[in-house]
Design a protein around this ligand. Structure first.
Ligand SMILES: Cc1cc2nc3c(=O)[nH]c(=O)nc-3n(C[C@H](O)[C@H](O)[C@H](O)COP(=O)(O)OP(=O)(O)OC[C@H]3O[C@@H](n4cnc5c(N)ncnc54)[C@H](O)[C@@H]3O)c2cc1C
Length: 401
């Protein structure tokens, strides 16, 4: 049953972690996922299970109480979790990005203050770049932080915060003109603020409102929200890294590892769609034989499995590149682009194999069909990935003279 998406060269610890996560997914996530998703219910028990497994601290260094694992281990765990239910991988993804940004860019005081509690899942992270008028064009951000004494006063409206309600620490990207007068390039005038808050909705701290959950077509269970800052006061020591003007680079670094993560989600959802398709094709009979015995359906299965394999290989390559300390924006962009497109195609083929039953809410593929499109958008659309890939290729293949 697990012939596809194997990863060569894993060590014993990685294999053990993955086997534990796969077991958890099969026993604790898959049986309840579709019911919870249809009710748009937060998977509280699953999240408690993830905490016990240490998954909130998977990549946080051991000195802060985490497991200190690699991006590859993390991505392979995400693949397994998304195979069970993509929303659960969304719950840990923004947390992971914020922890990664703290580890890479935070001051020592900020790391000490947050990482140990993040490793336990007591502090839960969300990250916020998008605004109502922008997503792809991060340089157009209008939310602003202005220094007043030992504080910054933040104003603006943010959009599409995954885990906006359940998180207690949000990394918010704002324009900050202190030391960066008007006319400075946009990417040099942005700052990441670490905003602590209570979980929940409404005014969760003076000057900070989380209005409520956005009603989505899929990716349910996990809360996605707006965030409104109205004279929100943040101590100056909650500027990520202690220095303004670095937010754009910090966020792009976070999003780069996030792209590997979205690729991993695409791999997981595609694997599940393949599993559902190959199983149904052997049970459903038409014209006197299982539909799996019709060549047209076998061809579909062959294409689906090939896409699952290709996406997995590219995702693993992108993760390994980052783990080796090399720049991986090209590989991460390619992996995210390919895995999300293939995921959509594999899910569509599994849906078609189910015939009319794919349209019924009783069948899991119906949920996957509504989930796959999110991967085409999150952490940068296909067009944005292609822009990144194209620019990098022209750097690599620049002709001389
Ligand atoms: C469920 C969900 C969860 C999300 N979670 C988060 C989160 O946690 N934090 C966060 O900050 N954001 C989050 N987002 C926002 C997400 O990152 C953006 O939706 C995404 O980046 C696209 O931005 P946009 O929606 O504004 O589309 P736009 O940027 O308006 O793009 C619209 C279309 O134009 C295309 N386009 C844009 N620019 C170009 C160009 N230069 N060339 C060619 N085509 C172009 C795009 O590819 C797209 O097809 C989430 C979104 C969703 C749907």
């Amino acid at each position: 049953m697990t012939r596809l998406a194997q990863t060569a060269g894993l060590n014993d610890v990685q294999r053990e972690i993955l086997s534990t996560v796969r077991d958890f997914v099969d026993k604790e996530i898959i049986p309840v996922a579709t019911g919870l998703e249809h009710r748009d219910e937060y998977p509280t028990e699953i999240v408690e299970g993830l905490k016990e497994l240490g998954l909130f601290g998977l990549m946080i260094p051991e000195e802060y109480g985490g497991l200190g694992e690699s991006l590859l281990t993390y991505a392979l765990c995400v693949e397994e979790i998304a195979r069970g239910w993509m929303s659960v991988s969304g719950i840990i993804n923004t947390h992971f990005i914020v922890a990664y940004m703290l580890k890479q860019h935070g001051t020592q005081e900020q790391r000490d203050a947050f990482l140990p509690r993040m490793a336990l899942g007591e502090v839960r992270g969300a990250f916020s770049m998008s605004e109502p008028a922008l997503g792809s064009d991060v340089s157009a951000i209008t939310s602003k932080g202005v220094r007043e004494g030992d504080e910054y006063v933040l104003n603006g409206q943010k959009m599409w915060l995954t885990n906006g309600g359940t998180s207690t620490l949000v990394a918010v990207l704002c324009r900050s003109d202190e030391g960066h007068p008007e006319g400075t390039a946009p990417h040099r005038s942005m700052t990441t603020f670490l905003v602590e808050k209570e979980p929940g909705f409404g005014e969760v701290r003076p000057g900070l409102t989380i209005p409520g959950k956005i009603d989505k077509m899929g990716y349910k269970g996990v809360d996605t929200t707006e965030l409104i800052m109205d004279d929100l006061r943040i101590p100056a020591n909650r500027v990520l890294g202690g220095v303004t003007g670095r937010g754009f680079y910090q966020m792009m670094d976070g999003v780069e590892v996030g792209r590997v993560n979205v690729a991993a989600r695409g791999c997981g959802v595609a694997q599940r769609a393949f599993e559902l398709g190959v199983s149904y094709a052997q049970q459903r009979h038409t014209f006197g034989k299982p539909i799996a015995q019709h060549q047209a359906i076998q061809f579909k299965l062959a294409e689906m499995a090939t896409k699952v394999e290709a996406a997995h290989a590219m995702m693993v390559n992108a993760a390994r590149k980052k783990d080796s300390g090399e720049r991986n924006d090209l590989e991460a962009g390619m992996a995210k682009y390919l895995a999300s497109e293939y995921c959509k195609e594999v899910v569509e083929d599994a849906f078609r194999i189910h015939g009319g039953y794919g349209f019924s809410k009783e069948y899991e593929i119906e949920r996957l069909y509504r989930e796959a499109p999110m991967l085409l958008i999150g952490e940068g659309t296909a067009e944005i990935q292609k822009m990144i890939i194209g620019r990098r290729l022209l750097e690599e293949y620049r002709i001389q003279g």
